[in-house]
Write a protein that binds this ligand. Structure first.
Ligand SMILES: [Zn+2]
Length: 149
């Protein structure tokens, strides 16, 4: 972890989840209880920001905790958010996201055991398409964003 301040930040308690050191990248989000396939894991909480504001914040940060709701709005989990902000990208994830009434909700893609890191295929993130992926999955595609050819 390069940014020590990240650990100092107050994280909203989230039932069934905890933030701690990840083998994938920096801090990760881990299950403290099992989650059955298709069950809700958590909502991503934080500050609602516009695309313009998200772009501005991205310039000054190495790690992003902003997830898009639609083409305009996003949630910045680093502002008052819960452990879900630390859900790392994986090319073979164990969770998926549904946008419901402007809320970002994580669900289990398969049965998840307590202690497993929660991961999501970001597919299309605020990262540039050149951003390399180092998720360690057997089928890692090499980039965080899924680049459509
Ligand atoms: Zn990968």
């Amino acid at each position: 972890m390069r940014d020590g301040r990240e650990t100092m930040r107050k994280i909203e308690a989230t039932e069934g989840l905890e933030a701690r050191q990840s083998k994938i990248d920096g801090t990760g989000c881990f299950a403290t209880v099992p989650f059955r396939k298709r069950r809700k894991i958590a909502e991503l909480t934080g500050e609602r920001v516009s695309r313009v504001e998200a772009a501005r914040r991205m310039r000054s940060k190495e790690r992003l905790h902003i997830c898009a709701i639609d083409s305009y709005w996003g949630i910045d989990g680093s502002v008052g958010g819960n452990a879900a902000q630390f859900i790392n990208h994986s090319c073979q994830p164990n969770s998926f996201v549904r946008i419901m009434h402007g809320r970002i909700i994580f669900f289990a893609l398969r049965d998840i055991k307590a202690g497993e890191e929660i991961t999501l295929d970001y597919i299309e993130s605020y990262h540039s398409n050149e951003k390399r992926c180092d998720c360690g999955a057997a089928k890692c595609r090499g980039t965080i964003n899924l680049i459509k050819k």
